[in-house]
Ligand binder design. Sequence first.
Ligand code: UDP
Length: 378
Amino acid sequence: MEKKYKKKVLVVGAGLGGATIARILSENNLKVQVIDQRNHIAGNIFDLVNKHNERIHKYGPHLLHCRKDSEALTFLSRFTKWVKYEHRVRALLENGITTPLPVNKSTLEEVFKKSFQNENQTKEFLESIRNKKLIPKNTDELFESSVGEELSNIFFRPYTKKMWGIDPKELAISVGSRLPVRTSNDDRYFNDEFQALPKNGYTEMVKNMLDHKNIEINLNTPFIKGMEENYFHSFLSIPIDEYFNFKFGNLPYRSIIFEQRLEKGNDQEVPVINFTDNSIYTRKTQWNLLPNSYNFKGQFKTITYEKPCSMEINPGEYYYPVNTNDSKKIFLNYENLAKKDNSITFIGRTGLFKYIDMIPAVQIHINLSKKFLKKINL
Ligand code: UDP
């Protein structure tokens, strides 16, 4: 490649992180070249409307939630309108009934065949079953300390084992702490005050982010090592371990196979049902129940079943960075090595080896953009 690009910045990956950086830099008069190996923008938040008018999130359900005063939300709101949506999930138990998840008052009543008069009674009961003495150091201990043995064995251990392919004892506490435990009747999946979906989908939102005269996009274009030398700076949403030839070892990821089925019959009680059993599936999503999936046509509803698997089974499809003590150490080695090169910045889930929600992801990339602009005095 010729040196003529030297004034341009390269962003590898047109997902949420890459699009955030590309937009901010382009608005500061930098010319940005975005490339992506996939044939579409929006990375893992890519969604599409199928012929039955169902909006499908190709890489699994993505739900947006945050504080109302979030800087990342203000940023994203420039590129989309929102439809209010408070996500609800139910867990399917062995006996065929479903209960709210996260665990709340009715989950406890259903599982323990009890009836609580008020929240205080529920709290007292929860206190009596959880392991109060334990100071949790991993996800398994967190389950044990927050809901006790019986609920851990029903709702969390089997699901976590199939989701991650390892014992929850090996997983960092941050994985298990994503889910609250409640003693109220609140059955929403998230606590946040702002919960919504982009009115016309995530892909449209990312398209608007990338729609700037200073941004050029090339899809179907994989990153090839050496490309970065032709740019003034490169932001790389690529696996950091691969970039450094796995010098310090492989960073572990869990992949997912999405199985789409067309099903007749009754609607699910809520858009997502989690499976507590030892089957190969973690959850299923009925897309037409989401409020930005308008005017569903036909009798058959698309239901996506998620089947977690190893990277060997689904090569190149990086979904969940597996956070363990060992992987943290490996990543730190790569991060330190990357810091020595001033002309590249790793971004995205595989560059930063981070399992985070969309709003924190946008915030991290806003911060990286600001830091970069400051460094080059813009
Ligand atoms: N989890 C679980 N049972 C469930 C739902 C979640 O044990 O029914 C645990 C599991 O370890 C999972 C983690 O909580 O990986 C985070 O769940 P979340 O729904 O936030 O995962 P994501 O939507 O990111 O896949």
